[in-house]
Design a protein around this ligand. Structure first.
Ligand code: NDP
Length: 240
């Protein structure tokens, strides 16, 4: 499958595993990142996948970044909106900046990336967009009104855009990961994490590769009849 794929936040954590899974599928992959040059350089050294720096929360930067990828690697067929941040805190302590930054990057990034690539997919009659949501967007989470709202928004965005893309051969799906062993989860205090793991029926954190395999399936030809869906990969922690 020689398709060109962009994975936002594709240089580490879940994104790195997704970049690698798409490369293994035969895609030419561009991994986007925000600014951690050291991790991006190490990633390219390990994988041979080129890294492209831009802020997905910046509309113009997404248009320019996607144009640069297309010029270098070819028209973009697949977008995985994986870049995400947390700025946790209970409402009383959450600043407007904490709210706005999470909405701007986590949800705004999906809009910006779709605006930059959807038209081309439509013209060519084929496309795959996979948005990384979260169990906390499905179920809510104490201290995360910003993150839960943005991730919940991603699930709505996915279903709406899926309806627009269907007749043009573009599928739009979401994956809602549970707790996955990455830097983001390493930031959770150990006592809190212990309580979280106790609530996961499978009895452990997930691995980034387990999310990546789901993304790879949704990006494949075999998944052409799957659109507007959310695949929960969470060890049974939240079922509905
Ligand atoms: P990490 O914090 O490990 O990595 C985040 C990646 O996103 C990095 O590559 C980072 O770039 C990039 N990034 C952050 N902000 C921006 C931005 N403004 N523009 C471009 N890239 C950006 O995250 P995870 O791998 O843990 O999470 C990946 C996704 O999965 C996120 O959307 C997260 O919300 C979601 N998720 C994660 C869960 C988990 O348990 N880990 C659970 C549920 C959902 P750089 O390296 O330059 O900083």
């Amino acid at each position: 499958m020689t398709k060109v794929a962009i994975v936002t936040g594709g240089t580490r954590g879940i994104g790195e595993a997704i970049s690698l899974a798409l490369k293994e599928m035969g895609c030419t992959v561009a991994a986007n990142y925000a600014g951690n040059e050291e991790k991006a350089r190490a990633f390219t050294g390990r994988t041979g996948i080129e890294a492209f720096r831009w802020d997905v929360g910046d509309h113009q930067a997404c248009l320019d970044g996607c144009a640069a990828v297309a010029e270098k690697l070819g028209p973009v067929d697949i977008v995985v909106n994986n870049a995400g941040i947390t700025r946790d805190g209970v409402l009383a302590k959450m600043s407007f900046d904490d709210w706005n930054e999470v909405m701007r990057i986590n949800l705004g990034g999906c809009f910006n990336m779709a605006k930059a690539t959807f038209g081309g997919m439509r013209e060519r009659g084929w496309g795959r967009i996979v948005n990384i949501g979260s169990i906390n967007g499905q179920a809510g989470q104490y201290g995360q009104v910003n993150y839960a709202a943005a991730k919940s928004g991603i699930h709505g965005f996915t279903k709406a855009l899926a309806q627009e893309g269907a007749r043009y051969g573009i599928t739009v799906n979401a994956i809602a990961p549970g707790y996955i062993d990455t830097d983001m989860v390493a930031a959770v205090p150990a006592q809190v994490l212990e309580k979280i793991v106790a609530k996961i029926p499978v009895g452990r954190l997930g691995h980034a590769q387990e999310i990546a395999r789901g993304v790879a399936f949704l990006c494949s030809e075999d998944a052409g009849f799957v659109t507007g869906s959310t695949l929960s990969i969470n060890g049974g922690q939240h079922m509905y």
